[in-house]
Design a protein around this ligand. Structure first.
Ligand code: 3PY
Length: 251
């Protein structure tokens, strides 16, 4: 049986993903066939629409999970992404307990939240409606992004909000919010990241993050993050295309 991403997060570590930003189902077909555990389908920083996200999810193979980062923390973005069948959501820029509570309200069905009821791909277009609405709170992962120093300062209050299934650290935005844009290795940024990881560990909440290279991913997984997104579809194409041009033509 295919485990939900929420179940995988609770039961395993080292979940390897990558970020998908291009609107072609062949991309998620290839990346899931390549063996990634999960794909981070990014509607915040790309031209992907909810319809594109649905096609990307439909093309995925095997046991790979599709986690959608919504464009913003709003009722419409959250319900559309869940109804089209996302295995989990990443909510960007959650900077206070109130913002975390709003995400839970929109992402979880009553009594935990007040997610509105629709019939979509997630519900088997109606065929599996009852089963879906009774299990979705448990099987769809609600991941909030901690990516601003204000959020780190209010970490305890944010993590105490019931209904959050995990945290995804955004190191680049976090570094920017600390006046060190892109300096993710700076000691002050690393200290903020360490505080988030420690806070999550104390509450038993899975934590993940984003890195650009394989070596950094191995280091993060060794340090105990449960899930990681490495690189992007666009960066894979760019890097291998660029390397090929250099090898063949020396340019
Ligand atoms: C960040 O590093 O800020 C991110 O959101 C990565 O996805």
């Amino acid at each position: 049986m295919k485990l939900s991403f929420a179940q995988k997060l609770r039961g395993s570590s080292g979940l390897l993903g990558t970020l998908v930003s291009l609107p072609a189902p062949q991309i998620s077909e290839m990346l899931s066939a390549a063996g990634f555990d999960w794909l981070f389908i990014d509607l915040e920083h790309s031209t992907l629409t909810p319809a594109d996200a649905q096609q990307l999810l439909q093309a995925m193979r095997g046991t790979c999970s599709g986690v959608v980062r919504v464009a913003e923390n709003s009722a419409v973005c959250i319900k559309q992404a869940l109804d089209l069948g996302a295995d989990g959501l990443i909510i960007p820029q959650v900077n206070s307990a109130e913002e975390a509570q709003r995400a839970v309200q929109w992402a979880k069905y009553p009594p935990l939240g007040s997610r509105s009821v629709g019939i979509g791909r997630a519900h088997g277009y109606g065929a599996t409606f009852s089963e879906y609405v009774t299990t979705a709170n448990d099987t769809t992962a609600l991941l909030i992004q901690i990516e601003h120093i204000r959020a780190v300062e209010q970490l305890d209050e944010i993590l105490a909000v019931p209904g959050i299934d995990g945290v995804f650290i955004g190191p680049y935005d976090l570094s920017g919010s600390m006046g060190r844009l892109g300096e993710v290795g700076h000691p002050a940024v690393q200290e903020a990241i360490r505080r988030v990881k420690t806070g999550c560990a104390q509450r038993g909440l899975p934590v993940g993050t984003f890195v650009l290279q394989a070596e950094a991913a191995k280091a993060e997984l060794a340090s105990g993050v449960q899930f990681i997104a490495v690189g992007t579809d666009a960066s894979f194409i760019w890097q291998s295309g660029r390397a090929l041009v250099q090898q063949v033509s020396g340019r």
